[in-house]
Design a binder for this molecule. Structure first.
Ligand code: ZN
Length: 143
């Protein structure tokens, strides 16, 4: 188990541009502002969604759910920021709902297109959290 304690750092709130890539834009903000640790919260809507699913038996992302060209609400989207390969890296999960309220969710991947998105990034100050490949799970986990 790993437990660190943090102080509150800077708080960023803003809106992403229409037709941009959700994950890429959030990563860009964290790199630009040099946010090394923190947490992320996003609501809004996407015009296409791509999520990943990690197969625990095969130990790889084998299944990608891709709701191409389907407008969806971002019902919940949260994640964290830590360091991977020496750079700020965002790990984000998303739940998005269609017009019936049915939800799709998973690990947010590139190629999720913003229709409208409002974000909050809360920086935390303290021990660096660094992702490294974990041999047991084959995931890049905090060490
Ligand atoms: Zn994930």
């Amino acid at each position: 188990m790993l437990t660190n304690q943090y102080e509150q750092g800077r708080t960023f709130m803003g809106r992403l541009d229409y037709k941009t890539d959700l994950l890429e834009e959030i990563n860009k903000i964290c790199i630009k502002e040099n946010i090394k640790t923190g947490f992320i919260n996003i609501i809004g809507a996407v015009s296409s969604l791509k999520t990943g699913f990690f197969d625990q038996e095969k130990k790889q992302y084998i299944h990608t759910v891709h709701q191409s060209q389907t407008p969806l609400e971002i019902s919940s989207c949260m994640g964290n920021v830590s360091l991977k390969n020496g750079k700020p890296f965002c790990h984000i999960h998303i739940v998005a709902s269609d017009r019936k309220g049915l939800c799709y969710g998973g690990h947010l991947m590139d190629e999720t297109t913003v229709y409208a998105a409002e974000y909050i990034i809360q920086e935390t100050i303290g021990e660096e959290l660094v992702r490294e490949l974990d041999e047991e799970t084959k995931l890049p986990l905090w060490k």
